[in-house]
Design a protein around this ligand. Structure first.
Ligand SMILES: *[C@@H]1O[C@H](CO)[C@@H](O)[C@H](O)[C@H]1NC(C)=O
Ligand SMILES: *[C@@H]1O[C@H](CO)[C@@H](O)[C@H](O)[C@H]1NC(C)=O
Ligand SMILES: *[C@@H]1O[C@H](CO)[C@@H](O)[C@H](O)[C@H]1NC(C)=O
Ligand SMILES: *[C@@H]1O[C@H](CO)[C@@H](O)[C@H](O)[C@H]1NC(C)=O
Ligand SMILES: *[C@@H]1O[C@H](CO)[C@@H](O)[C@H](O)[C@H]1NC(C)=O
Ligand SMILES: *[C@@H]1O[C@H](CO)[C@@H](O)[C@H](O)[C@H]1NC(C)=O
Length: 510
């Protein structure tokens, strides 16, 4: 850009200033946005916003500048003032370059990942798994995958590679991502291994982290990592082989970090984010198209349940739910996950049933939460919860605070003692309420999906984007406390469901 600096030499001459002023006006008119403000005493200020220029002042790749040009007729002075704008300011993330034993090596030995089945087929396509071929009329071509629920950390890391505000300079970073495959790592040793095997990676990791200069800046409080398993798997209560899991989250270093996982425990430094499901669109249009399709979908079942009973779990309401479903005289569709053919693992089978149902039952299973909750949202099926730990106390960043807007709550005790008929409760919901709730569920779809990491959504924020925002806000909050002289560790890692529950009457459920 040509800068009309030569005028300064003659600035005492009014004609030059006037000429210069209009020249600036003309030149700057070409840019994004401009406003003219007539201030007091005839001082005139021009503001020029957001034009990117190649300028030495500009040291980041995303560089915008606000320019203020002030003309004072008394002194006949023109003052130009640049303010650098950085659209990534406050959003930079630094990714630790971990030794590959913490991530790539874990994944490359994929046949060892889970004792019960071969994980290797699911690790392809950046962790999305194999694409669903010939989905017929149930799903759209190209954006559906047979995704395994334990691969969240791989998908998340691949999405992070696309994040627009990555920095190689950790001093610029607002948060620090530790690309440790925590869930895949412990998944290898949960069954039949002693505690020293289970804790080995966790101990190596925190040792590695704590020696880094990045750790010393905030004692790790700006660090976060993702686990594709439930938080309970990292909270072993005693150093005894017969107790469950590793003690990753009980290590002093972990108390200073935040873990994002598919299901959090009561600790305040664990935040749950959505399970990865089957829909991984590559463009906004694919999302809008899917949402439109769901709005006009005919739903012939009042409710549906996809699952299996838990005969060995005391107090499980699944048997009662299955009983009520079968007795509903065609109002309920059951997808039996114990049946031959494993229909529950097939995206087409699951979505087909949920698409045709108004409500989808989401009782706790082995733990409070289920991937099926997100499958039902994807299909525009209103989730029915029986325990606040299944969603309301979990996905604080992703789901609305007002749970009645998008779901139905039937306390599990009322089902257990046969006090409540699920069918009758659901028939009680008015048609208008159903329509409003379904629209809210469909509106939530972008927030609970992970876009295909090999491309980018344009305007939509997906579950990854919302998780990153949540982390940046959380770290920023601590940083402000710290500046005010508060002790940042207070409340950061505390064991307390009450802190997470937005409705305190629910505390009796835990
Ligand atoms: C630049 O201008 C925009 C538009 O008014 C304003 O919102 C923003 O705060 C300004 N930034 C700086 C650094 O002055
Ligand atoms: C330029 O603008 C910045 C930010 O608005 C302000 O702090 C600074 O004093 C201004 N400089 C001049 C020379 O007016
Ligand atoms: C995993 O694979 C890497 C090579 O990809 C190998 O070096 C390592 O020993 C393997 N680890 C295990 C536990 O098998
Ligand atoms: C734990 O198990 C590993 C191999 O499974 C073995 O090498 C190690 O000695 C065991 N450690 C203890 C303390 O028993
Ligand atoms: C480990 O726990 C089991 C079961 O709770 C108990 O029987 C055993 O004595 C414990 N072992 C040790 C070394 O504490
Ligand atoms: C965790 O953070 C606190 C400050 O909040 C600090 O005193 C402590 O040393 C940190 N722990 C580790 C293991 O770095």
């Amino acid at each position: 850009m040509e800068k009309p600096i030569l005028c300064r030499k003659f600035y005492k001459q009014l004609w030059c200033v006037t000429f210069c002023f209009f020249f600036c006006f003309f030149v700057l008119f070409c840019f994004d946005y401009l406003s003219l403000i007539s201030g007091k005493n005839g001082v005139t200020t021009l503001l020029v916003y957001n034009f990117a220029i190649n300028n030495q002042r500009c040291n980041h790749h995303l560089c915008n500048i606000n320019e203020t040009i002030t003309y004072n007729p008394d002194s006949s002075e023109v003052i130009r003032n640049f303010t650098e704008l950085d659209s990534c300011s406050g959003k930079y993330i630094y990714v630790h370059d971990l030794p590959i034993e913490f991530n790539d090596n874990v994944l490359s030995n994929c046949s060892l990942l889970v004792k019960w089945f071969d994980m290797c087929p699911f690790t392809i396509n950046s962790g999305l798994g194999p694409q669903v071929r010939n989905p017929g009329r149930v799903l759209m071509e190209n954006c559906w995958f047979a995704t395994n629920q334990f691969l969240l950390e791989v998908i998340f890391r691949n999405r992070m590679n696309q994040y627009k505000c990555l920095t190689k300079d950790s001093t610029l970073a607002s948060a620090i991502y530790v690309p440790f495959y925590a869930g895949l790592d412990i998944g290898r040793y949960l069954w039949g291994y002693n505690i020293s095997m289970r804790d080995s990676s966790a101990l190596d990791l925190v040792k590695w982290l704590a020696q880094k200069p990045e750790w010393k800046k905030m004692w790790g409080i700006d660090h976060f990592f993702v686990a594709g398993r439930i938080g309970w798997d990292f909270q072993r209560q005693k150093d005894n082989d017969s107790y469950w899991g590793s003690k990753l989250m009980l290590l002093p270093e972990s108390m200073n970090m935040t873990m994002l996982s598919i299901e959090a425990t009561s600790w305040s430094n664990e935040i749950a984010i959505p399970y990865p499901t089957y829909f991984h669109p590559s463009s906004d249009a694919e999302v809008f198209q899917w949402q439109d399709r769901l709005r006009s979908q005919k739903r012939r079942y009042l409710f549906a349940f996809a699952g299996a009973p838990r005969p060995s779990m005391e107090g499980s309401i699944r048997e009662e739910i299955i009983k009520q479903c079968i007795a509903s005289k065609g109002k309920c569709k059951l997808l039996d996950c114990n049946s031959v053919g494993r229909k529950c693992d097939k995206p087409v089978e699951v979505i087909k049933v949920f698409q045709k149902s108004v409500f989808c039952l989401q009782p706790p299973g082995d733990s409070y939460t289920r991937r099926s909750t997100f499958d039902s949202i994807l299909a525009g099926c209103i989730p029915v919860f029986f325990h606040p730990g299944s969603a309301y106390a979990q996905y604080l960043w992703h789901l609305p605070k007002d749970y009645k807007k998008y779901s139905v709550f039937i306390p599990e005790n009322n089902v257990k003692n046969g006090k409540v008929s699920i069918k009758q409760s659901l028939l009680h919901v008015s048609k208008d309420q159903v329509l409003a709730m379904r629209e809210e569920v469909i509106r939530l779809i972008p927030r609970v999906i992970y876009a295909n990491p090999s491309s980018k959504l344009e305007t939509i924020e997906d579950a990854f984007d919302i998780a990153v925002k949540g982390i940046l806000d959380r770290v920023e909050h601590v940083r402000r406390e710290f500046k005010k002289g508060m002790n940042p560790s207070i409340g950061f890692a505390q064991e307390n469901w009450k802190l997470k529950l937005r409705e305190h009457e629910w505390i009796n459920f835990f």
